[in-house]
Design a protein around this ligand. Structure first.
Ligand SMILES: Nc1nc2c(ncn2[C@@H]2O[C@H](COP(=O)(O)OP(=O)(O)OP(=O)(O)O)[C@@H](O)[C@H]2O)c(=O)[nH]1
Ligand SMILES: [Mg+2]
Length: 650
C-alpha cells in the first residue's frame, strides 16, 4: 500500500538532489537552505495520526491493539491518559520524556484554579514518592530516557510519578507501520481538566490525520458533536476517520444494526458528514482486538483481561471479522496514509515546480526589463541626436545674428546721425542768417569787433542749445531702435531654446545719451573760447577797421566776415560730426555691441558644452546598449538551459 508513495517520495528526493546541483536555480524567495530543509522534511516525513475522542472511548486500548499487540499504554476506567503521547518508530523500545522548563512551569502554575484542583494534589503525590520539583524543573527542558517501556505509567498515567512535570512523552517502538506514521495518543477531550483538554485539542491541528473515537452506548452525544464542530469540520474528509468502539457492549447483532441505523438517521450527524453511510463508520471492539492479538502472541492475560476475554469470546468478539481491527487497519492505510501520501507528494511536487517557476519568472522578468530598457536606450539615443542637432542649429543662428547685429547697428547709427546732421545743417543756416542780419545792423565801426564777437558767440550758444534738443531726440530714437533689434534677437533665440536667457539691454546707451547731450554746452564754449572763431574775428575785423570810414565799404566787410564765419561753421560742423560719430559709435561698440556679442558668445559656449555632453552621453548610451544586448543574450541562454533542466528532471 505504501509502495506508490515510496516510489514517488524517492523520485522527488532524487529531483531535490539534482536541483541542488543545478547552477543558477536559486531565486529571490528560495535559498539553498530552503531546498535542503524541504528535502529533509520529505526524508523524515511521518504522518502524524492523532487518536482523539471523549474520555474512556478506548483510544489507548485501540492503539495498544493496533501497534503493540499488548497493553503498553495505560488504560483504565478512570480517565487515564494524562499527557500527549507520541509513538514513533525506533529499533529498540524506549521512552523519552520531556519535562517542562522553568518558564513553562511558571505559566502552568499561574492558572490558580488548575493549580489548586489538579496540579497541587499531583505534585504532592510525586513528592510523597520522593521527588523534588527543583530537581526536575530546570531552566532548559529536561529530557529523561528509559530504555524500556515498563515504567510508562510513571510518565503518562494520572498519578504517575513524573506525570505532573511531563510536557510530552515519546514512545519509540519497532512496529514497521511507525516508519510511515507517528501516532499521537491524546487525553480524553471532555476531561474536566481544561488545561489538558486544551493541549489535546492543539495537537489535533498539528497532526496530518485524525481518528475520532466514539463508543457504543453513548456515541455522538453533545460532547462529541461539540468536538466535531470545533475541531473536525475543517479537516478534509480524506484526512479523518470515525470509529465506533466497544461494539461488544451491545448485546446482539440486531441491536447493533438498530443502533447504527439510528446513528445514520441522525440529522445532526448527517449535516456534519460524520457518518454518511455504513462504510464511513468503522465498527470495532478494541478490547476484543487487543485480547485476540495477545492470545495469538501467546501472552499471559492479567486478571481483568482474563475476565473480559471470557465474555468477549462468548460473544465472538475475539474473531477478527467481528472485532474489526483489520477493517480499521485497512481504512487507515487506504484512506489516511494513501491520501496523505498523495497530499505530501503533491505539496513537494508543487514546491519543486515553484523552484523552477520562480527562477524562470525571475529571469523572464529581468529579460523583459532588459528589453524595455534597451528600447528606451534606443529611443533616447535618437532623442539625443535630435537635441544635438537643434543645439547646432542654435549656434549657427547666433553666429548669423552676430553678423546681422553688427551690420544693423552701423546702419542704424549712420542713418540717425545723417538725420541729425541734416538738422544741424539747417540750424547752422538759420544761425548764419541771423548772424548776417545782426552784423548788417552794426552802425558803429569803433565797436565792430566786439559786436561781431558777441553776435557770433550768442548764435553759437543758441545753436548748440537747439542741437542739444535734436541730439536728444536722435539718441532716444536710436536707443529704441537698438532695443527693438535686441528684443527681436532675444525672442528668436528663446523660440528656439527655452533655456536660453539673455539680458541684452540698451540701458548703458540711454544713460550715455544724456551725458552726451549735457556735454553739448561745454562743446559750444570750447568751440568759441578755443579761440578759433574768436581769433578769426579779431584778425579780420582788426584790419578792416581802417577802411571803415574812408571807403565806406561796410557791406564788403560784412560779407567778407560772413564768408569767414560760414567757413568756420562748415569746418566745425565737420569736426563735430566726426566727434559725435566717434563718440556714439565708440560707446555703442564698446558698451552695447560688445556686451551683446559676449552674451551671445557665452550662450554659444554653453550650447557647445551641452553638445559635448550629449555626445559623451551618446557614446555612453552606445556602451549601455551593447551591455544590455549582451545581458539579454545571457538571460535568454539561461532561460533555455533552465527549461531544459526542468524537462530533464521531470
Ligand atoms: N467493553 C469494552 N471495553 C473497552 C473497549 N475498549 C476499551 N475499553 C475499556 O474502556 C476503558 C477506557 O479505555 P481507554 O483505552 O483507557 O480509553 P481512553 O480513551 O484512552 O481514555 P482516556 O485516556 O482516559 O481518555 C478501559 O477500561 C478499557 O478496558 C472495548 O472495545 N470494549
Ligand atoms: Mg487513553
Amino acid at each position: 500500500m505504501l509502495t506508490d508513495y515510496k516510489n514517488e517520495k524517492n523520485k522527488i528526493l532524487t529531483q531535490y538532489e539534482k536541483i541542488l546541483n543545478l547552477p543558477n536555480i536559486l531565486s529571490k524567495d528560495i535559498t539553498i537552505e530552503n531546498i535542503k530543509e524541504k528535502k529533509k522534511q520529505l526524508e523524515e516525513e511521518h504522518f502524524f495520526v492523532s487518536f482523539t475522542g471523549q474520555i474512556k472511548a478506548g483510544k489507548s486500548t485501540l492503539i495498544n491493539a493496533l501497534l503493540f499487540e499488548e497493553e503498553i499504554i495505560p488504560t483504565d476506567d478512570t480517565p487515564h491518559t494524562a499527557k500527549i503521547t507520541l509513538i514513533k518508530y525506533g529499533k529498540e523500545p524506549r521512552i523519552e520524556a520531556t519535562f517542562y522548563n522553568k518558564e513553562e512551569w511558571k505559566q502552568l502554575k499561574s492558572n490558580k484554579d488548575f493549580y489548586e484542583e489538579f496540579l497541587k494534589p499531583d505534585i504532592e503525590k510525586s513528592i510523597g514518592q520522593g521527588l523534588f520539583v527543583d530537581e526536575i524543573i530546570n531552566t532548559t527542558a529536561k529530557i529523561k530516557n528509559e530504555n524500556h517501556l515498563d515504567n510508562l505509567n510513571d510518565y503518562v498515567a494520572r498519578y504517575g510519578k513524573y506525570t505532573p512535570f511531563v510536557n510530552l512523552v515519546t514512545i519509540y517502538h519497532p512496529n514497521e507501520i511507525l516508519k510511515e506514521i507517528t501516532i499521537v495518543d491524546t487525553p480524553g477531550t471532555n476531561d474536566p481538566n481544561e488545561q489538558r483538554d486544551k493541549v489535546a485539542k492543539e495537537w489535533i491541528h498539528k497532526t496530518n490525520a485524525n481518528i475520532y473515537i466514539t463508543y457504543a452506548g453513548q456515541a455522538m452525544d453533545k460532547v462529541d458533536i461539540d468536538f466535531i464542530d470545533n475541531f473536525l469540520l475543517s479537516v478534509p474528509k480524506e484526512q479523518k476517520l470515525t470509529v465506533l468502539n466497544k461494539i461488544d457492549s451491545i448485546n446482539d447483532s440486531d441491536g447493533l444494526e438498530e443502533y447504527i441505523s439510528e446513528l445514520l438517521a441522525d440529522t445532526q450527524l448527517k449535516r456534519r458528514e460524520v457518518v454518511s453511510n455504513k462504510e464511513s463508520l468503522i465498527l470495532v471492539s478494541a478490547l476484543g482486538a487487543l485480547i485476540d492479538k495477545m492470545l495469538n502472541r501467546k501472552l499471559t492475560l492479567n486478571e481483568d483481561l482474563e475476565y473480559y476475554a471470557e465474555q468477549l469470546e462468548e460473544k465472538g468478539f475475539l474473531e477478527p471479522e467481528n472485532h474489526g481491527l483489520l477493517r480499521l487497519e485497512k481504512m487507515i492505510e487506504k484512506k489516511l496514509i494513501e491520501n496523505k501520501g498523495k497530499n505530501i507528494i503533491d505539496s513537494h511536487s508543487k514546491f519543486l515546480d515553484s523552484i523552477f517557476r520562480k527562477r524562470i519568472n525571475e529571469i523572464e522578468q529581468k529579460l523583459n526589463e532588459k528589453k524595455s530598457s534597451l528600447s528606451d536606450l534606443m529611443k533616447s539615443k535618437v532623442e539625443l541626436k535630435n537635441v544635438s542637432e537643434s543645439i547646432d542649429e542654435i549656434i549657427k543662428f547666433i553666429q548669423k545674428e552676430k553678423k546681422k547685429i553688427d551690420k544693423n547697428f552701423n546702419k542704424l547709427i549712420k542713418s540717425n546721425l545723417d538725420e541729425f546732421y541734416l538738422l544741424q545743417h539747417k540750424q547752422h543756416k538759420i544761425s548764419l542768417e541771423k548772424i548776417e542780419t545782426e552784423i548788417k545792423g552794426i552802425t558803429n565801426s569803433s565797436n565792430y569787433q566786439n559786436e561781431v564777437e558777441w553776435i557770433v558767440k550768442k548764435a553759437i550758444d543758441n545753436n548748440f542749445e537747439e542741437l542739444r534738443e535734436s541730439l536728444r531726440d536722435m539718441t532716444d530714437k536710436l536707443t529704441l531702435e537698438i532695443q527693438e533689434d535686441m528684443d527681436n534677437l532675444k525672442y528668436n533665440l528663446i523660440e528656439k531654446d527655452k533655456n536660453i536667457s539673455l539680458t541684452l539691454t540698451t540701458n548703458t546707451f540711454s544713460i550715455y545719451a544724456i551725458e552726451l547731450t549735457l556735454g553739448m554746452k561745454e562743446l559750444a564754449e570750447k568751440q568759441f573760447k578755443g579761440k578759433k572763431i574768436n581769433k578769426l574775428i579779431q584778425k579780420n575785423t582788426n584790419s578792416w577797421q581802417r577802411f571803415w570810414d574812408t571807403e565806406n565799404t561796410l557791406e564788403g566787410i560784412n560779407s567778407k566776415i560772413m564768408k569767414k564765419i560760414n567757413n568756420f561753421f562748415e569746418i566745425s560742423d565737420n569736426n563735430m560730426r566726426e566727434e559725435f560719430e566717434d563718440k556714439i559709435a565708440n560707446h555703442i561698440q564698446k558698451n552695447i555691441l560688445e556686451n551683446i556679442i559676449n552674451e551671445l558668445n557665452e550662450t554659444m559656449d554653453k550650447k557647445e558644452n551641452e553638445i559635448e555632453e550629449y555626445l559623451q552621453n551618446e557614446s555612453n548610451k552606445e556602451n549601455l546598449i551593447e551591455e544590455a544586448k549582451k545581458e539579454r543574450e545571457r538571460l535568454e541562454t539561461e532561460l533555455k538551459s533552465l527549461n531544459n533542466s526542468k524537462k530533464e528532471i521531470e
